[in-house]
Design a protein around this ligand. Structure first.
Ligand code: CTP
Length: 310
């Protein structure tokens, strides 16, 4: 029931470092304010100059943003500030109708509003920021988890003294409602349910399973991890709190025709029980080459190294 001939194009920019469900929820709301969502991913250099080094590179952040189900187009190496000049590029080259940002104040180093020009032009719209999560908070969670584990004694000691010895992991109290889960899902689920091979079901381990297998608490709790996975455009459904082992019962219940695992995985520190014995014995297990070797540990390593610089 669109009355306009041309689709309404909206633009949202950001760093999107350590992509989380707060970013996903922002992009979901932005998309609902128009027909097509164009996302500007701020360049590494601009982030360094405005907030300090990002953990993930431009290329990695682009892959993550492009994988979200609400994103139609991305602009790589976007500027941190939307100047008059860049605003005109957005309007004329990218046919943007509105520029969108969360309701948190966004000030440039000189103290002016980063979205001032867009507001003045009457082309600004706002979405609600998601409480309880941010890239900075995730970095904090990773650092306190590291110091709890004493994975790296020297680095975590340095962090401990910086924070006055208090290193208890801050756990977010975030709880998604059933409405939020539906908002993150999509109607495609029902249509694809019968088409085997066109439906991706992802099992997200419970917090307890992660703790038992890895010997440490997960950085993001079950609900946060489930929403993040659900925000991915390739995912149709999520089992919220999947068991470690893929059982025959699960395979039957969910009508699973193929179980897939990548070549790169975080090493488990407890006994090496193969969680895929059943699908292997049924001849429905497949290993696929992981496209890169990024893991929780390698991200934590980068954060510690970044911290050392500052
Ligand atoms: N955003 C949001 N809720 C959050 C975090 C971010 O709605 N919890 C929104 C911001 O308002 C912005 C977009 O996501 O419109 C991109 O944010 P980004 O530039 O990555 O940085 P921050 O706002 O600083 O968020 P973070 O601290 O998580 O990096």
């Amino acid at each position: 029931k669109k009355s306009r001939k041309r689709p309404v194009r909206v633009y949202m920019d950001g760093c999107f470092d350590l992509m989380h469900y707060g970013h996903a929820n922002a992009l979901r709301q932005a998309k609902s304010l128009g027909d097509e969502l164009v996302v500007g991913v701020v360049s590494d250099e601009e982030i360094v100059a405005n907030k300090g080094p990002p953990v993930l590179s431009m290329e990695e952040r682009l892959i993550l943003v492009s994988g979200l189900k609400w994103v139609d187009e991305v602009i790589a190496n976007a500027p941190y500030a939307i100047t008059e000049e860049f605003m005109n590029t957005l309007f004329n080259k990218y046919n943007i109708d509105y520029i969108i940002h969360g309701d948190d104040p966004c000030l440039l180093p000189d103290g002016t509003d980063a979205y001032g020009p867009a507001k003045k032009a009457g082309r600004y719209k706002q979405i609600k920021r998601t409480e309880g999560v941010s890239s900075t908070d995730i970095v904090g969670r990773i650092l306190s988890s590291l110091s709890d584990m004493e994975v790296n004694k020297n680095h975590s000691k340095a962090f401990q003294s910086e924070t006055g010895g208090s290193t208890r992991t801050q756990r977010s109290h975030f709880l998604p409602t059933s409405r939020r889960i539906v908002q993150f899902s999509n109607a495609k689920i029902l249509r694809c349910a019968r088409q085997l091979g066109d439906f991706l079901l992802v099992g997200v381990y419970s917090d307890q399973t992660v703790s038992e297998r890895r010997g440490c608490h997960p950085i993001m709790h079950l609900h946060e991890r489930s929403l993040s996975v659900l925000a991915c455009r390739y995912v149709d459904e999520v089992i919220i709190g999947a068991p470690w082992e893929v059982t025959r019962d699960m395979i039957t219940t969910f009508n699973i025709s193929l179980v897939v695992h990548g070549t790169v995985a975080e090493g488990s520190c407890s006994d090496e029980v193969d969680p895929y014995v059943t699908p292997r014995s049924m001849g429905i297990f497949k290993t696929i080459a992981s496209p890169n070797n990024i893991t929780w540990t390698s991200v934590a390593r980068r954060i510690v190294d970044n911290h050392e610089v500052y």
